[in-house]
Design a protein around this ligand. Structure first.
Ligand SMILES: *Cc1c(COP(=O)(O)O)cnc(C)c1O
Length: 218
């Protein structure tokens, strides 16, 4: 995969950021990609992210991409540049609370449920609206909502996948309109993995999370 055209940092001005999903993969493989220029890596387990971060060069952005439990928030927030999977009011309140204690602003994406499978995590529209209302009141001062994240259904039906990505883009536009604060930093749509990232980019993704295409299957 040629990733040279992707952004390597969330502050970069390009259009699509490649998050290299390095979960379960050894440091040597991650370093190899690092030496080719990649600077954004994603992990889905708190402990694994922290360990790899301590063994890798400092100029890497580590993104927490998986489901995050409330009791792990305190451990992850000093280390993660962006938390992709914020999927409940309880979780975002906890992130804000712990972020205040360490005087940090924590970047998050709200995970929206777009698939038709029961197993996928994510907010529905009313839960999303409830969080936006609290955020708009200024009650989450140490959280910066940078955009939305979603996962499409695991299916070969690419029309269905495309429609799910379209629905996330629509939800993104709707949410941006709802925002009364920090509208300028609300710009990321994290969608697309190894099997569907091209469709995701066509539908407006700004961040693709790719593991097996880069590192081989797990
Ligand atoms: C593992 C994982 C990915 C990457 O999946 P691939 O199919 O290997 O590209 C992306 N997003 C999340 C949330 C993941 O857990």
């Amino acid at each position: 995969m040629d990733f040279k055209n992707f952004k390597t940092s969330i502050e970069d001005n390009g259009t699509t950021t490649l998050v290299a999903v390095s979960k379960t993969k050894p440091i040597e493989m991650i370093l190899d990609l690092y030496h080719q220029g990649q600077r954004v890596f994603g992990e889905n387990k708190v402990q694994e992210l922290i360990e790899k971060k301590s063994e890798m060069p400092d100029d890497i952005e580590w993104h927490m991409i998986g489901h995050l439990q409330t009791n792990k928030v305190k451990s992850i927030i000093p280390h993660a540049t962006l938390i992709h999977g914020v999927d409940s009011m309880k979780l975002i309140m906890e992130i804000n609370k712990e972020a205040i204690k360490i005087n940090k602003k924590v970047n998050v994406l709200l995970q929206v449920f777009i698939a038709s499978e029961e197993t996928k995590f994510g907010l529905d529209k009313s839960e999303l609206e409830a969080i936006m209302a609290v955020y708009n009141e200024g009650a989450l001062p140490n959280v910066e909502i940078r955009g939305l994240m979603g996962m499409a259904s695991f299916t070969h039906d690419l029309i269905k996948v495309r429609n799910e990505f379209k629905s996330l883009k629509n939800m993104f536009d709707y949410t941006k309109d709802m925002l009364k604060i920090n509208q300028d930093i609300f710009k990321e749509i994290s969608m697309g993995m190894s099997g569907d990232y091209q469709i995701a980019i066509e539908e407006g993704s700004t961040m693709v999370r790719i593991g097996s295409l880069l590192f081989g299957s797990r």
